[in-house]
Design a protein around this ligand. Structure first.
Ligand code: FES
Length: 172
């Protein structure tokens, strides 16, 4: 059995304590100089032109894929300004079409302006950043971050907010 004298224990313990005491101010300084948002990572998304704003019909989904061919999305011109909306009327938004519960493709109900999942009936609100309204899902629909270029009327996807269903990272 290994034993350690009280004197050795205090010496080692004191050394560790001294190291910690010395290290703390440096860590604090580094932490304040590099602001970090917990749980968020900046991924190198590609910019992708989706369509022109003038081609969009109000309340009618426009399908595309982003950030890759395995990720179906829908762009919608809601007809009135909404949170996160882009374009001349600040009313164009886009979302992943994969339900955050178990990945079924959601369908757009134009009458209610809601995305509905046919598998277990989760409902998401595109006028409110894809908020989960009811059902089995516990996460909002991932929203596609858009940019609008007034010079050529183009709408571009530039990132994704939220984790696309079934992925450990939005970029494979
Ligand atoms: S997969 Fe959409 S609610 Fe279950």
């Amino acid at each position: 059995m290994t034993s350690i004298s009280r004197r050795v224990f205090l010496k080692v313990g004191g050394g560790v304590a001294a190291s910690v005491a010395i290290g703390v101010p440096e860590l604090t300084q580094a932490a304040t100089s590099l602001p970090v948002v917990e749980g968020r990572v900046n991924l190198p998304y590609q910019m992708k032109a989706i369509t022109n704003a003038q081609k969009l019909q109000v309340n009618t989904p426009f399908s595309f894929f982003y950030p890759d061919a395995a990720s179906p999305c829908a762009l919608i011109k809601m007809g009135a300004p909404v949170p996160g909306g882009v374009g001349p009327e600040r009313d164009i938004v886009a979302y992943s079409m994969l339900c955050t519960h178990m990945g079924c493709p959601v369908a757009y109900d134009a009458g209610q302006k809601l995305f509905k999942c046919p598998c277990h009936f989760s409902i998401f609100d595109p006028e409110n950043i894809g908020q989960m309204v009811s059902g089995q899902a516990t996460e909002n629909l991932p929203s596609i971050v858009l940019e609008y270029n007034p010079k050529d009327d183009s709408v571009r996807a530039v990132a994704v907010e939220g984790l696309i269903y079934g992925r450990q990272s939005n970029l494979l």
